[in-house]
Design a protein around this ligand. Structure first.
Ligand code: ADE
Length: 237
């Protein structure tokens, strides 16, 4: 059984989008994962195909109706569907590599993409959705967030990435940022590659990379660095 993604959206033509090429695209064609985009508007209840309405209490924008969204979900999820139902919203918990790993290890995901001012909170609660944000900025809809979440999950599926170890060493999987990388030429525009990387001393290279990783994490992401210290995972400050 392949890892299966179902996306509920007003813009199904946005899927698989960029995930139809490169690593994810090849995995899609190989059947390692599947991507079904479903048009929420197909479940509108009136002949005008209305999916949204003005917010109670006033304010700008439009809110997606709970009845239409619920009908769309019911049609997308067969009875006993074990996949988590995720609503992409800037109000959600932040997506991180740990959640990505958990989702990639499961059967797949069902994702609801909002447009306008969002989705009526009652259907989010009634369906027990997990509300997820991809970062502290506001997109014009959940679709790019859903694509981001999918990309992060799909690359972790067995058979998608080439070198198995590249998922282990990279940024965030150990709660730290990754060390800098270099390739040929060894000197470029007067800039030399750090000598240790040319030394062939594997232990020295590993030590240099760990130091690099720590330095860049401390400087750029003091929040991650502090968490590593509390967890006892990093070297002494
Ligand atoms: N929809 C709009 N902005 C978003 C964000 N930052 N994360 C997830 N979904 C969103």
């Amino acid at each position: 059984m392949s890892w299966s993604a179902t996306v509920l959206t007003l813009f199904p033509q946005m899927f698989p989008g960029p995930l139809g090429v490169s690593l994810a695209g090849r995995a899609l064609r190989e059947g390692i994962w599947s991507c079904e985009a479903r048009d929420i508007r197909a479940h509108a209840l009136d002949r005008h195909r209305t999916v949204d309405d003005t917010p109670f209490g006033g304010g700008a924008g439009m809110v997606m109706r709970p009845d239409v969204v619920d009908t769309a979900i019911a049609a997308a999820m067969p009875a006993g569907d074990a996949r988590p139902l995720i609503y992409l919203t800037p109000r959600g918990r932040l997506l991180d590599q740990k959640l990505v790993q958990q989702l990639a290890a499961g059967a797949g995901v069902v994702m609801l993409c909002g447009r306008y001012e969002g989705v009526d909170q009652r259907v989010i609660e009634a369906r027990g959705m997990m509300e997820v944000s991809i970062g502290d900025y506001v997109l014009s809809g959940g679709e790019l967030a859903a694509l981001t979440l999918l990309d992060a999950c799909v690359r972790l599926l067995p058979g998608v990435m080439g070198a198995a170890e590249s998922a282990v060493e990279e940024s965030h999987s150990a709660g730290m940022l990754e060390y800098a990388q270099y390739t040929r030429p060894a000197e470029w525009q007067g800039r030399a590659v750090p000598q240790v990387l040319l030394s062939g001393h594997h232990a020295e290279v590993a030590r240099w990379r760990r130091q690099q990783s720590e330095a860049v994490t401390r400087e750029r992401r003091p929040d991650l660095w502090t968490r590593m210290q509390v967890a006892g995972g990093g070297a002494a400050a």
